[in-house]
Design a protein around this ligand. Structure first.
Ligand code: CS2
Ligand code: MG
Length: 401
């Protein structure tokens, strides 16, 4: 078999997605997600200009060799654009291998390790009462794990609180500006979790995303304040360019820590994993080099009792989610999978067979990943520039977002 074509498809059914579709000489196709929120066209150009020409004529069965070729062969290693492009190729090749074998991809990864993939949903609200009813709506739909974000008195526009049923941080055109105050935030969040825990009892899994906004010491203080409410994890407490920052947090709290949605390679988390500075690694198929490289990260993590908790926001397309579910089902150290349902328009552009039942997602049983892109429909939604917000302190200083 040979690869004869690879198409880079950019579409915006409500938000932008980049998809790679690889076509083989016998007509077999495979898809890979290549979406990098707010930087979509950089990955599209990287694929079109530098990767697709190198794919033509290659044997699609050689997944590992192609990964090494694209990683080592470019000389310029790592980085979100490169690793997202490699991920798209890798994911599409796993899809093809599954179709050729006549098996769902999870079977090629060692088979099922569990009955389904436990997911968490996103509850939020403008005040504690509405947060409680948002959590209740997830519980009534069968969710067993819920991430809780809340508006903080004194901060009008806060990360993770949706205005409507769908949360979408990227906005049309140039970046929005948000305002942040750490003292207001630290004063409010423990009370929100006290109310949620009191209402829903001890066994509902609760999570919180700090979105990189605290110093290590502030994060230690928040983690300690949240200990009575037994969170499953506190996410991205501080930026992680310096992995040893997590030592400080660890010294101060037993609240479990999760990090990794902006990581691209295993080298971004070796220290975090090997020193057991985190409990969950949240890297994804699309941003960390595809199924091949993410498997490598999860295997390292398994040695240190660190579990997976892959990012699954709506900017990761149904192609990424499908691939994530196959890996989640197979690995021994699965923890949780984030799940934010896509819009009806997005679901129509990416026909897929995964389904939600009893708080879990279940991948399609058909050969490959069980997801595709309807290219005709995709063409009806042209690309629209959109950007993630920036964040400033009350005095105007640019802060982490
Ligand atoms: C978030 C995301 O889902 C999460 O945990 O951190 O909403 C994130 O902000 C976006 O995916 C950025 O593209
Ligand atoms: Mg997050």
């Amino acid at each position: 078999m040979k690869i004869v074509e690879a198409r880079v498809i950019v579409t915006c059914p409500g938000r932008n997605f980049v998809t790679l579709k690889i076509v083989c000489d016998d007509g077999t196709t495979g898809v890979g997600d290549a979406t990098l929120n707010g930087r979509e066209l950089a990955v599209a150009a990287y694929l079109r200009e530098h990767v697709v020409p190198a794919l033509i004529g290659r044997d699609p069965a050689r997944i590992e060799d192609t990964w090494q070729y694209l990683y080592k062969g470019s000389y310029w290693r790592r980085g979100p654009v490169t690793m997202t492009a490699i991920a798209a190729v890798d994911t599409a090749l796993w899809d093809i291998k599954g179709k050729v074998a006549g098996l769902p991809v999870y079977q090629l990864l060692g088979g099922r390790s569990r009955s389904g993939v436990l997911v968490y949903g996103h509850a939020s609200g403008p005040d504690v009462e509405s947060v409680l009813s948002s959590v209740a709506s997830y519980v009534s739909r069968g969710y067993r794990a819920v991430r809780v974000q809340a508006v903080v008195p004194g901060i009008s526009d806060i990360y993770g609180v949706s205005a409507g049923p769908l949360y979408e941080p990227a906005t049309a055109g140039v970046a929005d500006e948000a305002v942040w105050s750490t003292p207001h935030y630290l004063a409010h969040i423990p009370a929100v979790f006290a109310a949620v825990r009191a209402e829903f009892g001890p066994t509902l899994q609760l999570l919180h995303d700090v979105h990189h906004r605290l110093t290590p010491l502030e994060a230690g203080r928040l983690g300690k304040a949240l200990e009575p409410y037994a969170l499953t994890w506190m996410e991205d407490p501080t930026p992680a360019e310096l992995q040893d920052a997590f030592r400080v947090i660890r010294q101060h709290t037993t609240t479990p820590l999760a990090v990794g949605e902006v990581f691209n390679t295993i080298w971004d988390c070796t220290q975090l994993i090997q020193e057991r500075l985190i409990d969950y690694i949240r890297t994804t198929v699309v941003h960390a080099g595809g199924i091949t490289h993410l498997r490598r990260i999860f295997d390292l993590a398994a040695l240190y009792q660190v579990r997976s908790g892959s990012h699954g926001a709506t900017d990761l397309s149904p192609v990424c989610l499908s691939a994530a579910l196959h890996l989640d089902l197979a690995i021994p150290n699965f923890g949780l999978q984030e799940y934010m349902p896509h819009t009806a328009e997005t679901d129509a552009v990416f026909p897929h067979g995964y389904r939600f039942a009893d708080g879990m997602l279940h991948p399609a049983e058909e050969p490959g990943l069980g997801v595709d892109i309807d290219e005709e429909l995709a063409a009806a939604y042209p690309y629209r520039p959109a950007a993630l917000p920036v964040n400033r302190l009350t005095d105007g200083t640019l802060h982490d977002w």
